[in-house]
Design a protein around this ligand. Structure first.
Ligand code: R5P
Length: 310
């Protein structure tokens, strides 16, 4: 088995490879003078199962195209099977037509990822708001892992929590609030949110039992930060003692981080699915563990791990 990172997956590829006892392979990725991408895989992948790690954040189109080049090249070199690891899966939020004629980008991206030769996919807290199950979008097996327990444990080990309660800023975030609450033995609840524009949300007041308590506010993505800023202000108005913020994917568009700290939030933590100043929790162990479970259910792959370790 081989593990190779795209330009937004090199660090995670090395960390995941280390966890499963392999060395990551390198792909040469640069640009032609006209801006087009050049890619070369100088490794013997014929007959192998190849894991491609690429987190699709910020320059999403560019990084997706690079994933397509990697996948197609590796398939062309005779790889047996391609396992995509896309820790942050861009375009998942555009999972419906909100206005007639809009692209349903999530489905288009999923289709392209499959068409280019991905046999199996791992992702972390992939946004699935209006999509019930990943199998409604993908025809290949998808392992959607959650980093919520890791984030909650990080918070607990970095600050003593006074009567903690975990809050999700909208209904969809209940899954993360629940997983985080279970990890630290706390209660959980969710707020109600209405998105007004891509940059603006409205959060509805609910009478929550947060008075005098430490709140861990958790979400999958912090993009503009408006969800977290609006929710934090509301929680403070409701008497929360402290609001600590965690998210899996710290996209942090514009001045999101400054706006969040300006609310008085003490700790803001995210994972390394998106490298950022708050990416203190690595998803490498989470992905490596899931991959090892997958390898154990696929004995031929385990053989490769054993061979490459020698
Ligand atoms: C939306 O449903 C997501 O779970 C996040 O709440 C959202 O992406 C956050 O976006 P923003 O930081 O721009 O409010």
């Amino acid at each position: 088995m081989k593990i190779v990172g795209g330009s937004a997956g090199r660090v995670l590829a090395v960390l995941i490879a280390r966890k499963v006892g392999l060395n990551a392979s390198e792909a040469e990725i640069k640009r032609f003078p006209d801006g087009e991408k050049y890619l070369r895989v100088d490794d013997d992948v014929a007959g192998q199962d190849v894991v491609i790690v690429q987190s699709i954040h910020h320059t999403s189109d560019d990084l997706l195209f690079e994933y397509f080049l990697l996948c197609d090249t590796i398939r062309g070199l005779g790889a047996r099977r391609i396992i995509g690891v896309l820790p942050y899966f861009a375009y998942a939020r555009q999972d419906s037509q909100f206005k007639p004629g809009e692209a349903v980008s999530f489905r288009t991206v999923a289709k392209l990822i499959e068409d280019v030769g991905t046999s199996e996919l791992f992702s972390v807290d992939m946004h699935q708001h209006r999509v019930g199950r990943v199998s409604d979008v993908f025809n290949i097996p998808v392992h959607n892992l959650t980093a919520a327990p890791l984030l909650a444990e990080y918070v607990r080990s970095n600050t003593p929590l006074e009567r903690p309660v975990v809050i999700g800023p909208d209904e969809e975030s209940e899954q993360w609030a629940l997983a985080a609450a279970n990890a630290i033995g706390a209660d959980h609840d969710v707020l109600e949110k209405k998105r007004l524009t891509p940059e603006k949300v409205q959060i509805f007041t609910r009478s929550l039992a947060v008075q005098g308590r430490d709140v861990l506010l958790i979400d999958d993505i912090i993009s503009t930060g408006d969800t977290i800023v609006t929710a934090t202000k509301m929680l403070k108005e409701q008497g929360a003692r402290r609001v600590i913020i965690a998210c899996t994917h710290p996209i942090l568009a514009y001045d999101a981080l400054a706006r969040i700290y300006a609310t008085g939030a003490e700790i803001v933590v995210g994972t390394d699915t998106v490298p950022s100043p708050i990416s203190h929790v690595s998803v490498a162990p989470l992905i490596a563990d899931a991959m090892m479970r997958f390898l154990r259910s696929s004995p031929t792959l385990l053989e490769y791990v054993a061979d490459d370790r020698n």
